[in-house]
Design a protein around this ligand. Sequence first.
Ligand SMILES: [Zn+2]
Ligand SMILES: [Zn+2]
Length: 224
Amino acid sequence: MLTAHSLCWLCRLPLALAHWGFCSRCARMLLYPHPLCPRCGLPSASTTLPCGRCLQKPPPWQQLVAVNDYIAPLSQLVQQFKSSGKPELANALARLLLWRAMLNAKGSQPDGIISVPLWQKRQWRRGFNQSDLLAAALSRWLGCQWYARALRRTRATPVQHHLSARLRKYNLKNAFHLEFDVRGLHIVVVDDVVTTGSTVAEISRLLLRNGAAKVEVWCLCRTL
Ligand SMILES: [Zn+2]
Ligand SMILES: [Zn+2]
């Protein structure tokens, strides 16, 4: 008998491999390459060379991997995931992210994964952290450590939404404390959607300041 989990999340057709979440046709469509800059993840003319923005002012992380631009139907699936937190949908989306990372693969396997903390995203009422759900699945498949309690908040940070880029950076400065030794490690910072990037930038700077060898940001969507 078919269960809800053995249907594609998008087209609802039965899946040959139930745990994959999407049929191969839908997965290809969701991963269809809209050229994104490999450094910042924003739309760009090239998928291999950094965009003009990154040449002028590179972000602190070395690489940003996004499943795709914030476009339908991926954006709708991400919204559904954010409101429901269904573990099966988390696994299906995390698998797309892993596929994208494999397609982009340059260099080494990460040593550890950090998810952007819930308190930073101000979603207490939701009761789950969607980045944790993605990070847990990815660390399992990659066979690397998920540092679930890697970051401690050192002070309350005011809500970011209405602040300028400069004020956001100031607002987040020294807002976190790192709880483990990252010296020489290749770390992936996982978030569901990266918008301005100010939070993942602050986490990346903290990791690099503490001796991380390489920092990548992996997210479902990157948008401004
Ligand atoms: Zn499908
Ligand atoms: Zn760029």
